[in-house]
Design a protein around this ligand. Structure first.
Ligand SMILES: O=C(O)CCC(=O)C(=O)O
Ligand SMILES: [Fe+2]
Length: 302
């Protein structure tokens, strides 16, 4: 792992394969359970609870130390990004950086803002939402990443995510939807496509739940430079069923640096893969010069 403090970027070997990147395009998130050391999880909670002194390795030009002390007690405790132990073990977490690098390419830009979704449990569920200024597009220029410094059980109200909901805005009442709870042990980090639909789930336990949220940024054009599988077949791989395959494939093509070339003629043609196990031949429409780009602004119905 190479960290460049001047440009606030890092680079490392990618760890995801073609199929894992495709799965990320399909689900819109990737959970890495228990990847941060216990000692760091505890130090993070103590820091957020104001129980330890701040010790920044640098003070930004537009700030003084009192600013860093003040904001560490707010819902945007960005001062934690300037703690060496947090940078080394959470932001540059050895088990997370390879996945982030796989999706965002070389020289990934580091977070500049931290959010803490601190919850004084018990609380009711939040409404389902896309975070502010979500843009629905195959372009994956940043990742929204979440870190649980404590074990987050169902009773603690983990974030609920609706898999595959990052492809288009949601236009109707969806309270009946059931998503995936990100129940996880302490030290878990999950990567998300920023526009994915999510909410804080209802909690029944008592006590404070911390959840840190921050973004990493692409600095290079996309290319397929993660772990390539020589047998990966762009025609025959499974992109999903109706209503999803064209978005999944378009996002994957964009990440491969081939977003401009993506065309689909729709219907049962490529990349629809929902019935391939019952089809007697390969799908039509692969590599077509004519056809359409999916409309990512089209409100979905769940
Ligand atoms: O607290 C959570 O689990 C999620 C909070 C959230 O999504 C938000 O406030 O935007
Ligand atoms: Fe949110």
């Amino acid at each position: 792992m190479r960290y460049d403090p001047q440009n606030r970027t890092f680079d490392c070997n990618p760890t995801l394969t073609d199929n894992q990147v495709l799965e990320f395009c399909r689900q819109g998130y990737l959970m890495l359970q228990g990847v941060v050391l216990d000692e760091i999880n505890q130090r993070t909670c103590h820091y957020l609870d104001g129980k330890i002194e701040i010790d920044p390795f640098q003070i930004p030009d537009h700030m003084v130390i009192d600013d860093l002390e003040r904001i560490r007690n707010t819902h945007e405790p960005s001062s934690i990004l300037l703690e060496q132990w947090f940078l080394d073990q959470v932001i540059l977490n050895p088990q997370a950086v390879g996945a982030i690098r796989s999706i965002l390419g070389r020289n990934v830009g580091l977070p500049i803002l931290m959010s803490n979704h601190r919850v004084d449990c018990p609380q009711p569920a939040q409404g389902w939402h896309h975070d502010a200024d979500s843009i629905f597009s195959p372009e994956t220029n940043y990742l929204q990443v979440f870190y649980y410094p404590q074990e987050t059980t169902v009773e603690m109200g983990p974030t609920e995510i609706l898999p595959g909901s990052h492809h288009h805005p949601t236009s109707r009442e969806i309270d009946w939807c059931q998503g995936s709870l990100t129940t996880a042990p302490a030290g878990s980090i999950f990567l998300t496509c920023y526009p994915i639909l999510h909410r804080r789930s209802a909690s029944t336990a008592t006590g404070l739940r911390h959840l840190l949220k921050y973004n990493y940024w692409r600095t290079v054009s996309p290319e397929r430079d993660w772990i390539k599988n020589p047998a990966f077949d762009f025609h025959r791989t499974n992109y999903g069923g109706h209503g999803e395959a064209r978005y999944v494939a378009h996002q994957f093509y964009w990440l491969c640096g081939m977003g401009d070339q993506f065309r689909t003629i729709g219907g049962q043609s490529w990349p629809y893969s929902g019935s391939s196990h019952n089809a007697i031949g390969p799908s039509y429409g692969f590599n077509s010069q004519v056809g359409h780009s999916p409309d990512w602004s089209n409100p979905g119905t769940f």
